[in-house]
Design a protein around this ligand. Structure first.
Ligand SMILES: Cc1cc2nc3c(=O)[nH]c(=O)nc-3n(C[C@H](O)[C@H](O)[C@H](O)COP(=O)(O)OP(=O)(O)OC[C@H]3O[C@@H](n4cnc5c(N)ncnc54)[C@H](O)[C@@H]3O)c2cc1C
Ligand SMILES: *[C@@H]1O[C@H](CO)[C@@H](O)[C@H](O)[C@H]1NC(C)=O
Ligand SMILES: *[C@@H]1O[C@H](CO)[C@@H](O)[C@H](O)[C@H]1NC(C)=O
Ligand SMILES: *[C@@H]1O[C@H](CO)[C@@H](O)[C@H](O)[C@H]1NC(C)=O
Ligand SMILES: *[C@@H]1O[C@H](CO)[C@@H](O)[C@H](O)[C@H]1NC(C)=O
Ligand SMILES: *[C@@H]1O[C@H](CO)[C@@H](O)[C@H](O)[C@H]1NC(C)=O
Ligand SMILES: *[C@@H]1O[C@H](CO)[C@@H](O)[C@H](O)[C@H]1NC(C)=O
Ligand SMILES: *[C@@H]1O[C@H](CO)[C@@H](O)[C@H](O)[C@H]1NC(C)=O
Ligand SMILES: *[C@@H]1O[C@H](CO)[C@@H](O)[C@H](O)[C@H]1NC(C)=O
Ligand SMILES: *[C@@H]1O[C@H](CO)[C@@H](O)[C@H](O)[C@H]1NC(C)=O
Ligand SMILES: *[C@@H]1O[C@H](CO)[C@@H](O)[C@H](O)[C@H]1NC(C)=O
Ligand SMILES: *[C@@H]1O[C@H](CO)[C@@H](O)[C@H](O)[C@H]1NC(C)=O
Ligand SMILES: *[C@@H]1O[C@H](CO)[C@@H](O)[C@H](O)[C@H]1NC(C)=O
Length: 651
């Protein structure tokens, strides 16, 4: 959960209704670990998460191939903590659903460790996220084509069909921006851009709390426009975001929708409760000393199993565990004269930075120094206001018994009302929309002073990100209007709103690496948050924007008092300290197995195949060379869809 103050927030402040709606469910996975080991698979997908289930389900559309998926967590067909929209954040740290990783202490965050929630269940992190359903700007995706040597497989035009095909857009609302003139808010629902037959349901809110209306008017009055068509590659402005939510039932829509569309097929095999520990490679090298993946090893119920594949292994374990598995993979084996599988060398072997692997006595199969590097994330800080009595916020769901009872009845009966709503008011801001030209030049100077590591993807990233700042058309910060209080002490009879601002294209580059050869241990995560001045100045400029809004009508009319930062926090130095002590991740880690040229630290090429292998592909958020300036999920599903298309082309 994004929080303004310290990580040790009393979770009781978050909404936890007992009410539940029953989502659409399908057959549970039932194959045993040993039966799975005996299936004849063409493809195996490691990780039944957001991208993994998209790849698997699309591959299984071809009845002539056998597709297997191994997921460490379980299927939770009916689970209010996941299904009920107002419960977002409730699963954080719960070992039934969350791997619950933790970063190393961050000097830029006054030594705090950041929680790194990651879904451990069928559906992966799509079951834990905050539902915001949107996509990045055209330059975000066009940059990827640059990292793919100009390949026409990447870039905005190339990816739009995949972004589109992830979803069924519900457009029940004729004017999805109530309170705003229709001529300024009519969404086009262009069928070339927005999907109407994909697995994930995306919907607008059908009820709205109060703060968004004066907030939007106030932003408009200072020159920040409303943007009714953010799907066309221009995300700048205020957006009423859709949610990954099935409005007909009022429940989360997540990657299990992909599982359900394929589960009844005899060529689709899903094993849950099993953790992959190793990728197996054939030692009979092909072509340019390339390795061929022939299967995987996994552990279930404390027992080791392995399964063979004839075509490909797809690694979709997510930004944290994909590099971990690369660094630990795998054994070399040969087929002996009886065509029997013989592990010839059970030394721990891996793909990654050979210096790092050597230090752990891991033998390097492919020296790819980019593995686990290039970690990027969206970090947010917030300001919180107490609102005047009578202003409706989501806090009413727990501080107004009458309201809570009414809403509970609505939600139970029909899946409607405020328990089924989410914080849809999101704003994307290029610097030009809130800083003057002197301030933009000054932040550009700061950007020019950040450290750039040669021999990695960073020189090219710096060049592109610099253009984005200079040209002014690419949003650099996002504001999330969270219509509730988060920062204790909260007055339990009062209501609040919290505006979070975060960097969309930070310069921080972190890493995820193993520090032990135990595949069941957590890797070491270091995001390097706020260790460069550009990221600090970017968030500071956004926090100052938010603080300036409190005196602008009509937003000023609903504000009773500022709760955070405390009113005595005024100077830049104090504000920076406030940001360091309270900033939180929006849980968008990406980039640790990046698409890019091998010589510059890329891990996969334009075909998503890992360099030095013939048939190990990666499909998840780790392949993003530069983090997309949006909430990630739609893009991650699209990466899965794209990977399936690339694999099918290769058949
Ligand atoms: C709290 C939170 C809030 C977020 N909010 C939003 C939001 O509002 N909007 C938005 O667009 N995005 C949001 N995101 C981001 C988005 O959900 C993620 O970027 C996306 O789901 C990541 O997908 P993935 O396929 O890369 O990884 P995941 O979906 O995490 O999939 C990885 C899967 O692999 C499995 N796995 C890992 N290792 C192994 C192994 N060794 N063996 C077997 N299985 C394994 C995991 O259990 C998991 O199921 C949020 C994320 C979180 C966590
Ligand atoms: C919304 O539209 C979908 C089809 O797009 C329909 O199935 C659903 O019943 C509609 N819901 C409401 C509340 O009108
Ligand atoms: C929408 O209509 C209002 C009132 O008629 C007008 O002031 C405004 O300029 C219009 N906006 C656009 C984008 O045409
Ligand atoms: C796990 O192993 C135990 C002991 O070998 C066995 O009794 C049990 O049936 C196994 N459980 C599953 C789900 O395979
Ligand atoms: C997996 O492949 C190896 C090598 O070909 C073979 O020895 C083994 O029997 C295969 N396993 C299964 C379950 O088919
Ligand atoms: C295993 O293979 C690696 C790489 O080929 C080699 O360096 C190492 O010495 C081998 N170890 C054993 C025990 O054979
Ligand atoms: C590889 O690892 C070593 C040891 O951890 C480190 O010093 C070096 O910078 C790494 N190389 C890259 C490109 O990250
Ligand atoms: C690596 O191997 C050497 C020699 O066997 C041993 O001394 C050292 O402790 C090992 N290091 C690790 C991290 O296991
Ligand atoms: C509580 O909710 C009820 C029902 O929506 C509303 O009429 C009432 O004004 C609310 N009370 C307060 C103190 O906001
Ligand atoms: C649920 O919807 C039905 C049909 O629209 C309606 O008759 C009923 O009153 C609703 N229930 C509640 C509690 O609002
Ligand atoms: C830009 O804004 C800063 C801070 O508000 C102000 O001091 C400066 O005069 C402005 N410069 C221009 C050219 O408007
Ligand atoms: C990186 O390379 C550029 C261009 O060759 C050079 O100007 C710069 O000094 C190098 N930076 C570092 C840190 O080595
Ligand atoms: C690995 O790092 C973690 C911190 O992330 C630490 O708790 C653990 O002791 C380290 N393990 C080794 C073997 O260094």
């Amino acid at each position: 959960m994004l929080r303004v103050a310290t990580v040790a927030v009393a979770l009781s402040y978050l909404l936890r209704p007992a009410v539940a709606q029953t989502p659409q469910t399908c057959a549970s996975p039932s194959i045993s670990p040993s039966a799975f080991a005996n299936t004849k698979l063409d493809y195996v997908i490691i990780g039944g998460g957001t991208a993994g289930l998209a790849v698997a389900s699309r591959l299984a559309d071809d009845p002539s191939v056998q597709v297997g998926v191994i997921e460490a967590g379980l299927y939770h067909p009916v689970e209010p903590l996941i299904d009920t929209p107002s419960n977002v954040g409730a699963t954080e740290g719960n070992p039934n659903f969350d791997w619950a990783f933790l970063s190393v202490p961050q000097p830029g965050l006054n030594g705090r460790q950041m929680t790194v929630p990651r879904g451990k269940l069928l559906g992966g992190s799509s079951a834990l996220n905050f539902l915001a359903w949107n996509r990045g700007s055209k330059p975000d995706y066009d940059a990827w084509s640059t990292f793919a040597d100009g390949s026409s497989d990447w870039g905005f035009e190339a990816l739009v069909p995949y972004l589109r095909d992830t979803t069924t857009t519900r457009q029940n609302q004729t004017n999805p921006y109530p309170g705003i003139p229709a001529n300024e808010t009519t969404a086009d629902f262009d069928p070339n851009l927005v999907g109407f037959s994909g697995p994930i349901a995306s919907s607008y809110n059908d009820v709205y709390v109060d703060p968004p209306f004066p907030y939007i008017e106030t932003l408009n009055s200072i020159g920040i426009p409303t943007n009714p068509n953010p799907d066309n590659g221009n995300t700048a402005g205020i957006i009423n975001s859709r949610a990954s939510l099935d409005r007909s039932r009022g429940v989360r829509s997540y990657a299990v929708e992909y599982y359900c569309r394929s589960v009844s097929q005899s060529n689709f095999h899903v094993l849950t409760g099993a953790q992959v520990t190793k990728i197996l490679f054939n030692s009979s090298k092909k072509g340019n000393a390339s390795l061929t993946a022939t299967g995987i090893q996994y552990t279930a119920n404390s027992t080791q199993f392995s399964v063979n594949v004839t075509k490909e292994v797809v690694l979709s374990a997510g930004t944290i565990q994909t590099p971990q598995l690369l660094e630990l993979s795998g054994s070399l084996f040969i087929l002996n004269s009886h065509k029997t599988f013989v592990i010839i060398n059970n030394t721990v072997t891996g793909i990654g930075n050979s210096t790092l692997l050597n230090s752990l006595n891991v033998t390097t199969l492919v020296d790819l120094p980019g593995v686990g590097e290039n970690l990027q994330d969206h970090l947010f800080a917030g300001v919180e206001y107490e609102v005047k009595p009578g202003v409706l916020t989501f806090d009413w769901l727990h501080n107004n018994a009458t309201f809570e009872a009414q809403q509970t009845e609505l939600y139970k009966a029909n899946g409607t009302g405020y328990f089924a709503a989410f914080d849809s008011t999101l704003t994307w801001l290029p610097f030009e929309l809130f800083l003057n030209s002197t301030q933009v030049s000054s932040i550009l100077n700061v950007f020019d002073s950040v450290p750039v590591q040669n021999g990695t993807l960073q020189p090219l990233q710096h060049q592109l990100q610099r253009q984005w700042i200079q040209q002014g058309n690419v949003p650099q910060v996002q504001i999330i209007l969270h219509n509730a209080g988060e920062v204790p002490p909260l007055n339990s009879n009062s209501s609040y709103f919290t505006a979070f601002i975060g960097t969309l294209h930070p310069w921080a580059r972190g890493s995820v690496h193993i520090n032990t050869t135990n595949p069941l241990a957590h890797p070491v995560i270091n995001e390097h948050y706020l260790e460069n001045d550009y990221d600090v100045q970017t968030i500071l400029s956004g926090v100052k924007l938010l603080l300036s809004l409190q005196n602008v009508a009509p937003l000023s009319n609903i504000i009773q008092a500022r709760n955070a930062p405390a009113v005595n926090i005024q100077s830049d130095a104090d504000l920076i300290n406030y940001i360091r002590s309270g900033a939180a991740s929006s849980s968008h880690p990406a980039g640790t197995a990046a698409l890019g040229p091998r010589a510059q630290g890329g891990v996969v090429g334009p075909d998503l195949v890992v360099y030095g292998t013939t048939n190990l592909r990666i499909a998840d958020a780790s392949v993003m060379p530069t983090i997309v300036g949006a909430n990630l999920q739609q893009t991650v599903y699209a990466i899965g869809e794209k990977a399936a298309a690339l694999i099918s082309q290769a058949k």
